[in-house]
Write a protein of this length. Structure first.
Length: 228
């Protein structure tokens, strides 16, 4: 929410899908209505595989009938991108794949991992990755506690990398801030200790991302699921 080597479609998507078959959910944020989304009223138990997804929240009725619709809504509702542009869906196995997208023209690519987790054929976001941010700790679906050490490698404008840690169904982050990594296209190590109060939800999401030097908008992001 690690990533960053922009791996091959089949290898990475299958690996992420296997990891996310262990059980998790996400914060409730604003949702975007699209012509390619299909609301489905449903009640899910915490053991349902859809609780492993970053988006949409398993507790909500928001569902997506195409992988691109799921990726775009994740980019706007979760990452906060204004007008992301997707590339063609890249199929992995029969039920998973990747949607590469950019936040600005000629900007860095964020690859969104998607999968059909439920029997209704709808699409869910498992996380995302980008070439400028590689998260080494924690790993996807890892159980975490305060203080949480987030570390990896990154390159960004003036070396600044941002992080936010959320619990499900809560818009305000448990912890957020900035730390320093590499710059000028050269990857460098980053590390941050996140201190946070005991969450009231079992699962959450870690975002590590960069912002535009021009207007502060989110350029790209690595996102993964955690358990508290």
């Amino acid at each position: 929410m690690g990533f960053r080597r922009l791996p091959t479609v089949v290898v990475l998507v299958v690996a992420v899908a296997v990891a996310f078959s262990m059980g998790y959910e996400l914060r409730g944020q604003r949702t975007i209505s699209t012509t390619t989304s299909t609301p489905v009223e449903t009640t899910l138990s915490p053991t349902d595989p859809s609780w492993t997804a970053v988006w949409p929240p398993a507790s909500s009725s928001l569902r997506f009938t195409t992988p691109t619709a799921a990726a775009l809504d994740f980019a706007t509702s979760v990452l906060g991108m204004t007008s992301p542009s997707p590339s063609a869906f890249q199929q992995g196995d029969a039920r998973s794949g990747e949607v590469p997208l950019i936040a600005v023209t000629h900007g860095p690519v964020t690859t969104v991992f998607v999968r059909q987790l439920t029997s209704d054929g709808t699409w869910w976001v498992l996380g995302s990755a980008c070439a400028t941010i590689s998260i080494a700790n924690p790993r996807a679906l890892e159980r975490v506690a305060s203080p949480l050490t987030v570390k990896g490698e990154s390159t960004a404008f003036e070396g600044v990398v941002n992080y936010s840690l959320f619990q499900d169904d809560t818009e305000a982050p448990l912890a957020s801030g900035t730390t320093m990594g590499g710059s000028n296209g050269v990857m460098g190590a980053f590390s941050a200790a996140l201190h946070f109060a005991a969450p009231s939800h079992r699962f959450g999401t870690l975002m590590v991302y960069t912002r535009s030097a021009k207007d502060g908008s989110v350029l790209d992001a690595s996102v993964l699921r955690v358990e508290y």
